[in-house]
Design a protein around this ligand. Structure first.
Ligand SMILES: Nc1nc2c(ncn2[C@@H]2O[C@H](COP(=O)(O)OP(=O)(O)OP(=O)(O)O)[C@@H](O)[C@H]2O)c(=O)[nH]1
Ligand SMILES: [Mg+2]
Length: 207
């Protein structure tokens, strides 16, 4: 009980925190944009969605073309259109983000939560890119904000750190006259190397 109360205090955004509903409005065919700076898990997430197995390598400028895939759960189907896994290098993000956002129905914005909670330069870099993405998107498509690498955060501090990250990001948006809740459709945290987390992500796709 006490724990539950605390989680409400820590999570002013608890309502949106775990509500994915990614495909609710797009249960036919979607183009996904997966964006984030270097080593945030873009390739890992794309490979998961597209059922590509094997190790990931840092993606080169120009990105990797990705084949269409249909994800099925029971009677529900989602077709993820052919797409691009872009690199998180500065030049790549500069040259390809706008195009990816323009083509997309849904945007996944990834950052490494374990670095975000420790490194102020990283916080600034991620926030600046998130603001750019929101500016290009102009509220047209849902942005799903995903903090990755949570397995690298001390488990006892995880809830507090999630809350701090949300507060930080919200303050960045408030400085620009908006809020995180308005700008992003969902906020979640995941260990992209954990099959249980990935399965629960997959389940949430269809909620
Ligand atoms: N521990 C842990 N490792 C992760 C997680 N997500 C991704 N990784 C690892 O982090 C490394 C970078 O992941 P990628 O998916 O290649 O990252 P990326 O965003 O595509 O990176 P670039 O292509 O260089 O922009 C890989 O070794 C992944 O296995 C996570 O949640 N936890
Ligand atoms: Mg990559």
């Amino acid at each position: 009980m006490k724990k539950k109360l605390l989680s409400w205090i820590f999570f002013p955004y608890s309502l949106i925190l775990e509500s994915f509903g990614f495909w609710k409005d797009y249960n036919v065919s979607v183009y996904i944009a997966v964006l984030g700076i270097r080593s945030t898990g873009k390739t890992t997430l794309q490979n998961y969605f597209r059922n590509i197995k094997g190790p990931t390598y840092s993606t080169q400028y120009g990105g990797e073309d990705q084949e269409e895939i249909v994800i099925v759960k029971g009677t529900k189907k989602v077709r993820i259109k052919k797409g691009k896994d872009i690199s998180g290098g500065k030049e790549s993000l500069r040259d390809f983000s706008e195009d990816e956002i323009g083509k997309s129905n849904i945007i996944f914005f990834l950052y490494d939560a374990s670095r975000f909670c420790k490194e102020s330069e990283y916080q600034k870099e991620v926030s600046a890119f998130l603001i750019v993405v929101c500016r290009i998107n102009r509220g047209k498509r849902p942005i799903h904000l995903i903090g990755t690498h949570i397995d690298k955060i001390v488990i006892n501090l995880l809830n507090e750190i999630k809350s701090e990250i949300i507060k930080y990001l919200n303050s960045v948006f408030i400085q620009r006259g908006t809020t995180l809740e308005i700008s992003c459709k969902s906020i979640s945290f995941i260990d992209l190397t954990n099959p249980t987390d990935l399965n629960s992500l997959k389940d949430k796709l269809f909620n």
